[in-house]
Design a binder for this molecule. Structure first.
Ligand SMILES: Nc1nc2c(ncn2[C@@H]2O[C@H](COP(=O)(O)OP(=O)(O)OP(=O)(O)O)[C@@H](O)[C@H]2O)c(=O)[nH]1
Ligand SMILES: [Zn+2]
Length: 205
């Protein structure tokens, strides 16, 4: 099935040299929301191959500005470096800022965190679930690229089950743990303790 028959419209595919290596970029338009998601592809995929994949949720603070409050920016870099090292893989950049609550609300949540709420309770206080994401669009993008089986770079068990629920086989989980720092240790501790993230190297302060 072509991508245009689903909830997404696939854009052109062009080469994108980056500081991490050579990729191809393909934009995808989510028709209902008008959100533009991005796929970065390296190499040629053969049918039924388990592709090294990162499904990355947008984080303007971490990805663009190098914020140390979260692990997003470094995870993004690490994922691209790993794909480059293996010579083949896929990164899908989903516009799911703030775990799906948007930047305005994420920054409100940050303000609440300064008042003592953790990342889960801040979301709940604002009237949201701890995590508002779903992975249907991510899975649709994979299917449009002919990928139905992945080796997924993530520490989040909900992301694995979300992708499987959406019809993608997760053959292997590849940890994507960054070094903790004094600004993100509470955030990572909450992800581990309240969201079941698999953070095996985390040392509690
Ligand atoms: N609502 C909210 N979102 C946040 C906060 N900090 C980071 N985010 C968002 O969280 C998303 C990333 O989710 P994480 O839970 O850090 O990690 P993950 O993608 O589920 O798991 P990994 O695959 O292991 O990276 C991005 O969209 C960030 O913008 C926060 O304090 N509150
Ligand atoms: Zn982040």
């Amino acid at each position: 099935m072509s991508a245009d028959n689903r909830k997404i419209k696939q854009g052109e595919r062009v080469g994108l040299p980056t500081k991490y290596g050579y990729f191809e970029i393909i934009p995808f338009l989510e028709k209902d929301s008008n959100e533009e998601h991005i796929a970065l592809v390296k190499g040629n995929f053969t049918p039924n191959e388990a592709i090294l994949t990162r499904i990355h949720s947008a984080c303007a603070t971490g990805d663009l500005f190098g914020s140390l409050r979260c692990d997003c920016g470094e995870q993004l870099e690490m994922a691209l470096q790993r794909i480059e090292a293996e010579g083949k893989g896929l990164l899908v950049y989903l516009q799911q800022e703030g775990r799906g609550i948007g930047l305005m609300n994420k920054i409100k949540a940050y303000k609440l965190q300064q008042e003592g709420y953790d990342t889960v309770d801040a979301n709940i206080h604002l009237g949201f679930k701890p995590d508002e994401r779903n992975y249907t669009i991510g899975a649709d993008i994979l299917k449009a690229l002919g990928v139905c089986k992945v080796r997924l770079m993530t520490n989040n068990p909900d992301k694995i089950s979300g992708m499987e629920l959406a019809g993608i086989t997760v053959e292997e989980r590849i940890p994507l743990e960054i070094k903790q720092n004094k600004f993100n240790v509470d955030y990572l501790t909450t992800k581990q303790g309240r969201m079941n993230h698999l953070l095996n190297h985390l040392k509690h302060s």
